[in-house]
Design a protein around this ligand. Structure first.
Ligand SMILES: [Zn+2]
Length: 454
């Protein structure tokens, strides 16, 4: 029998397919020194008892208490780390005012490393406490502060994918907050990539540099082209915003006479390691291009309700085979919790299906076939996110990283409404998806290491 670093016993929920979960009732999970799930044993398996005999009672054996469950750690595909400092404010104004009155002045303050350290420490801890084990971050234009965010992720044990933001067009960006010029933007990005790849060598859970044009409107053609070349040279992740709102979608059509997706592709920015936020206005050709290139969508349902002028047809996109995960879009989305975004993804899809304008007859009001279930939204926050990043995360399965949350449904101060000791576990799962708050998340593990407990 192999030697395992840690053994866990308990009931876990994980996606089997986009529509179905699997329930691993009272299984054993054996974790190796790299933090990977090396073996999973069901109670009926022949070596289950052998493993129990060998490990039970040892310091590295962990058994869940009654009412506790394992869930995969969540994967947040779209976070603006600096904007955590303004989460929950200014959501009643237009995107233009939101950017110019609040967001750009705030982001410009991250030239101050002391301020950056305060906010970044807090946002990484907060996300971990909400069960987010992997996050794809926009930092700011500042190279040093962006590297600091990567270091904080490395230090706190979160799997961080971090981008130094590029916004170099002097016509489109305020003088107090943009790259000095195109050459500097590209040089800073390259130095940032090299520094994060160096940091990754000593980071167990991984930390990754991300090529990050803010969105097409903020970048010159030369910068977009140079960033595509850097992504190819370093085989790096790419993130940006794509076809988010009427304005953003229309801007790119006016400038390039094509949709965002094809314009980004022309600059080499749609790759297997690309994740594009929002994408509400993609047409079928755009979605096919995403599927062909392996580009993923970061669906940000709370943010969309404020800034996207629309509900994304997520069920339709899923059928077309494109990879999709969930994003909080702090602070366009106010919540650091992917539980909140799972709930909103379902709610928004229901409103798209039925429609909302009661002056129309029911038959004309909505878009049939648009709803997704809570199981599908859970898939987006977990396995869908892992596939989007092409990493072995988001599932509780052999050869996946031990990235999990331990949730407690029997917390005395916040018990979930489970009154039957033998309640159907799928019903328990649904209650957890709708009712869990941060206090129910008792432990969070990343790559086999405990990174949060309360
Ligand atoms: Zn965003």
């Amino acid at each position: 029998m192999d030697n395992y670093m840690k053994i866990f016993q308990g009931t876990a929920f994980s996606s089997k397919s986009p529509k179905e979960i699997q329930i691993l009732k009272d299984y054993l999970f054996c974790i190796n020194a790299e933090g990977i799930i090396a073996k999973i044993a069901a109670p009926e398996d022949s070596d289950y008892q052998l493993l129990l005999d060998r490990y039970q009672g040892m310091p590295n054996f962990h058994r869940l208490a009654d009412g506790q469950y394992f869930l995969p750690g969540f994967i947040d595909l779209h976070v603006h780390a600096p904007q955590w400092a303004q989460s929950g404010t200014a959501l009643d104004i237009s995107l233009y005012d939101w950017l110019n009155t609040y967001t750009f002045p705030l982001e410009s303050k991250f030239s101050d490393l002391d301020f950056a350290k305060k906010v970044y420490n807090d946002v990484v801890s907060t996300l971990l406490g909400n069960g987010t084990t992997t996050a794809l971050y926009f930092a700011t234009v500042h190279k040093e502060a962006s590297l600091l965010l990567a270091e904080i992720c490395a230090d706190k044990g979160q799997r961080g994918l971090v981008g130094k933001v590029v916004m170099d067009d002097p016509e489109q960006n305020p003088e107090y907050y943009r790259d000095a010029d195109t050459r500097t933007a590209l040089a800073d990005t390259e130095q940032f990539i090299v520094a994060v790849q160096e940091l990754a060598k000593s980071t167990k859970q991984g930390v990754y540099p991300v090529v990050t044009p803010r969105f097409i409107p903020s970048c010159t053609d030369e910068a977009l082209k140079g960033l595509g070349e850097l992504a190819a040279k370093y085989d790096a992740y790419v993130q940006s915003h794509c076809s988010e709102s009427d304005w953003a979608h229309g801007y790119v059509q006016d400038r390039f006479h094509k949709n965002d997706a094809f314009a980004l592709h022309d600059f080499g920015l749609l790759r297997d390691k690309s994740v594009m936020a929002h994408c509400n206005f993609l047409d079928d050709h755009d979605v096919d291009l995403f599927a062909e290139t392996g580009t993923a969508i970061a669906h940000c349902p709370i943010s969309n309700a404020y800034f996207a002028n629309s509900v994304i047809p997520i069920a339709h996109f899923q059928v077309k085979g494109v990879e999709i995960g969930l994003g909080s879009d702090i602070s366009g989305g106010f919540s650091p919790s992917l539980y909140d975004n799972i709930r909103q993804a379902v709610i928004s899809s229901r409103m798209l299906e039925d429609g909302v304008n009661t002056s129309l007859p029911a038959s004309d009001r909505g878009v049939p076939g648009s709803r997704i279930t809570i199981h599908e939204a859970f898939y987006l926050a977990t396995a869908g996110g892992g596939e989007s990043l092409s990493l072995p995360i988001g599932r509780i399965e052999e050869n996946y990283a031990w990235d999990v949350q331990v949730v407690d449904t029997k917390l005395p101060s916040a018990k979930l409404p489970i009154f039957n000791e033998n309640e159907n576990l799928d019903d328990v799962f649904q209650k957890m998806m709708y009712l869990i708050r941060p206090e129910h998340i008792r432990e969070v593990w990343v790559q086999g290491e405990k990174v949060h407990s309360r």
